[in-house]
Ligand binder design. Structure first.
Ligand SMILES: [Fe+2]
Length: 382
């Protein structure tokens, strides 16, 4: 990040923090300056300096874009998506090597996991949109790996939203990557069982937390934060969680965040036996788990962090058209750009079109929906 005076701030810059005479504040939603009025407003509010990410700068064409929406415009993040995808591929390879080493009882080296965590943190800062897309793409056959990566991404995003420092975010990412490490030692037929587990099978599954402990102990230099993510993500505020039945304050913020993120990813995952829930469907269920299981205040922050209509989620418009949230609108999060390709009126796919709801105030989102609710697959449109 770079500190510049408000006089030096120009259109297209990416602002992360603002500073007055007396205080420095992280933006709730860091973003590009696209309008002169934004700079004017900052000046009027007494902002003297801003902290920008000098690596991110919009071109004049991107700032002034006003023409009709077309695919080209929104495909402009293609390079970012490719880079994020490469990161995910390497991450999977490294993580799979790590899981194999644990399985084979080999000594574990934490440095590749730390590099991986560093890559995740950097990506979330530099390529937020691309990362949002990537975490929506899941590989059913390697669920454990996907889930571990997603939990790492979600934890870093959540931590960043709460204003945690970079070092903590890095440890959160490591924690996410190793959080279910004990599952490597759970019987395959239970780990990969399609559908609900019996009570006995569930008891066996719970053992993954018992198995995790010695594995974590055997990783040298693993931070307490990373350990806490792993050891606390199944604890509940009322003490009815496992493995240690922690209660109240003993289950601290990092542990509470881990529980929220773990459940959210499980609910919104596309598995062979169930389709993914939409974020808002998952949020509804999670609200029902407060306050005895999840922390209500933290859950509210998490919902704000993920957003009403996160990129890559499905929405239904009031006129029955259905599409994917394609681009967030920083001025009004309830009016994203939507890529339309289906209609619930005809129950048929239709020609693809992009609608910027911030320019079309006559159209509104009726509800968030999901592949499960519509009984369709939309991967081809991502
Ligand atoms: Fe777990």
């Amino acid at each position: 990040m770079q500190r510049i005076s408000i006089q030096q701030l120009t259109l297209g810059m990416y602002v992360e923090q603002i500073e007055t005479e007396h205080s420095r504040t992280r933006m709730a939603k860091p973003g590009y300056v696209r309008r002169p009025e934004t700079i004017q407003k900052l000046r009027q509010n007494g902002i003297k300096y801003v902290w920008i990410d000098a690596d991110q700068l919009l071109s004049a064409e991107e700032i002034h874009y006003k023409g009709p929406l077309n695919k080209g415009k929104y495909a402009s993040t293609g390079a970012d998506i490719d880079q994020a995808r490469t990161l995910i591929d390497t991450s999977k390879q490294q993580l799979s090597r790590l899981l194999n080493d644990i399985y084979d009882n080999k000594p574990i080296d934490v440095s590749p996991i730390e590099d991986l965590a560093g890559g995740i943190v950097d990506n979330i800062f530099k390529r937020q949109h691309a990362v949002a897309w990537i975490s929506g793409i899941r590989d059913k056959s390697a669920y454990l790996m996907e889930h571990s990566l997603n939990v790492a991404f979600l934890l870093v995003n959540f931590g960043r939203y709460l204003g945690f420092d970079h070092a903590t975010l890095q440890e959160l990412a490591v924690g996410g990557l190793v959080h279910d490490i004990g599952k490597v030692l759970v019987a395959d037929e239970i780990l990969n069982k399609p559908g609900k587990l019996t009570a006995e099978e569930f008891d066996h599954m719970k053992l993954h937390q018992v198995f995790s402990q010695p594995v974590l102990d055997s990783i040298p230099d693993l931070s307490q934060i990373a350990r806490d993510v792993s050891l606390m993500h199944h604890e509940k505020l009322d003490g009815n969680g496992y493995p240690n039945g922690l209660q109240g304050e003993a289950l601290h913020t990092i542990g509470r965040m881990s529980g929220i993120v773990d459940i959210y990813d499980a609910l919104t995952a596309d598995r062979c036996y169930k389709r993914a829930m939409s974020p808002s469907e998952a949020f509804k269920i999670m609200m029902g788990l407060t306050p005895f299981h999840l922390d209500p205040t933290l859950l509210r922050s998490f919902i704000q962090c993920i957003g009403f209509y996160p990129i890559g989620s499905l929405v239904e418009l009031e006129d029955g058209r259905v599409g994917l949230v394609w681009q967030e609108n920083l001025d009004d999060i309830t009016r994203p750009v939507v890529k339309i390709f289906y209609s619930v009126r005809s129950n048929q796919f239709r020609e693809v079109e992009y609608i910027d709801l911030n320019r079309r105030h006559d159209i509104r989102i009726a509800r968030a929906t999901s592949e499960m609710a519509l009984d369709i697959h939309v991967d081809a449109f991502r």
